[in-house]
Design a protein around this ligand. Structure first.
Ligand SMILES: *Cc1c(COP(=O)(O)O)cnc(C)c1O
Ligand code: SF4
Length: 432
């Protein structure tokens, strides 16, 4: 299958475009100048339900919608586009709006490690066991999610990018950090890389023979956005051989697949791609944020998890949508997130309950809402760390005042009249 990209400058050539109204097109033009917009022929022809596009989760996942911008920002962008064709002015306005959307949430700038006094901007090392690696060639995706928080990487704001190509530094860093068992290739989407490039990275890692490095993970949305990566791309077989190389070397290859809706699992192409990946000995785990307008419904999640387990995938995380980008459009309150999680979790068998959530990836770590409860007459959220900047915080229940409107960690206050959460003093010290 030939890969055909559609973005702001050519999306009107999509064969189904006459299904959109003039207003729809205008909204895409305005919002698409601020948020990243890219889709492709697989998404357009095999995933989107064009008969129901205003409610279609896949359409909303890829195509900018009017309400993804605040009304005043929409107006501002629209009026600039009406007034001028001047690229510089259009870009300036777009960047002003983008900067208000909190491009680097969760203290990511604090996670850039150093080697011999030199910053390593293509690496993040926040949790002891797992290091993130952003290969330079993997900083884009086969299509863009409208809710993505990584959009500074795609929209040309170069000074905010995390990227490097120095696998040598990665190896040197790994060697002096015996606590690291996992390297996670991330992006963007590392599976946009050519097999030959991925092969170089992986082969170098394997040749470096680092015994504490046990798991090579690849975070990818390619199974949703371009399953032909593993079927008909000219280097599809080579990619699978790279995966096999990992498992044959006695390391585990954990493919962390990003799926937002069970509809992404329904095509013949994705089923075949999953089966080919699994045949290499790789394991596929799945994760997704909880998103208003896309999957904010327990039924969607229970159906998705069941289908995943049925196809040999392992449900892993349900994330709370981050405090960035179009959060007002996609955001789901923590109270509702827990409700949706529970309603789905109670409807699936134990083998789907490998999933954890709803979880917020915030500055101190990954914090999960265990539930809502009442202790001595005070209504509280019961929370716990499933990952922590300090691993000693993990698995200790703690309590926040119940607030039905809270969307994110920053909105939570300690329960029982306490001044701060148990980890805050420690965290402040770590961030100095
Ligand atoms: C989620 C995450 C990881 C991986 O955590 P696991 O619990 O091991 O899956 C690593 N680094 C960062 C920054 C993360 O957000
Ligand atoms: S696939 Fe991931 S990195 Fe790419 S646009 Fe979607 S959320 Fe962002």
């Amino acid at each position: 299958m030939k890969y055909q990209i559609y973005s702001l400058h050519n999306y009107r050539k999509i064969p189904q475009i006459d299904r959109l109204s003039e207003d729809d097109l205008r909204n895409i033009d305005v919002v698409g100048h601020v948020l990243p917009f890219k889709t492709n022929n697989y998404v357009v022809n095999e995933l989107i339900d064009w008969d129901n596009l205003h409610e279609d989760p896949i359409f909303i996942l890829n195509f900018p919608q009017r309400d993804m911008l605040k009304p005043e920002d929409f107006k501002k962008m629209a009026s600039v586009l009406d007034r001028t064709n001047d690229k510089v002015e259009i870009k300036k306005t777009a960047n002003e709006i983008r900067h208000k959307l909190n491009p680097h949430p969760a203290g990511q700038v604090h996670n850039v490690p150093e080697l011999n006094g030199q910053k390593l901007p293509g690496i993040q090392h926040k949790y002891d066991e797992t290091m993130l690696f952003f290969p330079t060639q993997g900083q884009t995706c086969h299509a863009y999610c409208t809710f993505c928080f990584r959009w500074p990487q795609f929209t040309g704001m170069d000074d905010l990018k995390f990227a490097m190509n120095q696998i040598d530094y990665v190896i040197e860093y790994l060697k002096i950090h015996p606590e690291i068992t996992d390297i996670l290739f991330t992006g963007g989407d590392p599976m946009v890389m050519k097999a030959s490039i991925l092969d170089q990275y992986i082969s170098r890692l394997l040749e470096a023979d680092i015994p504490h490095l046990q798991n090579i993970r690849i975070g990818s949305k390619s199974l949703t956005f371009w399953p032909y990566r593993y079927l008909t791309d000219s280097d599809a077989d080579d990619i699978l051989r790279v995966f096999e190389k990992v498992t044959k070397a006695g390391k585990s290859l954990a493919f962390m697949a990003h799926f937002n809706h069970y509809r992404e699992l329904e095509t013949e192409a994705v089923a075949k791609a999953i089966s080919r990946i699994r045949n290499t000995g790789a394991q596929i785990r799945t994760q997704s944020p909880l998103l208003n307008h896309i999957n904010a419904n327990g039924e969607v999640w229970s159906t998705m998890w069941k289908k995943q387990v049925n196809m040999g995938l392992i449900p892993y995380y349900m994330f709370v949508a981050r405090d960035t980008g179009a959060q007002e459009y996609f955001g789901v309150s923590l109270a509702r997130a827990w409700d949706i999680f529970r309603s789905a979790y109670t409807k699936v068998s134990g083998i789907c309950r490998t999933v954890r959530g709803p979880s917020m990836s915030c500055t101190p770590g990954k914090v999960r809402i265990i539930g809502v409860s009442e202790v001595k007459g005070e209504k509280v959220f019961v929370c716990e760390f499933i990952q922590g900047r300090n691993s000693d915080w993990v698995g200790r229940p703690f309590f926040a005042k119940y607030d039905p409107r809270a969307l994110w960690m920053d909105d939570l206050k300690p329960a029982f009249g306490q001044e701060e959460f148990f980890f805050e003093e420690d965290l402040a010290r770590m961030l100095l």
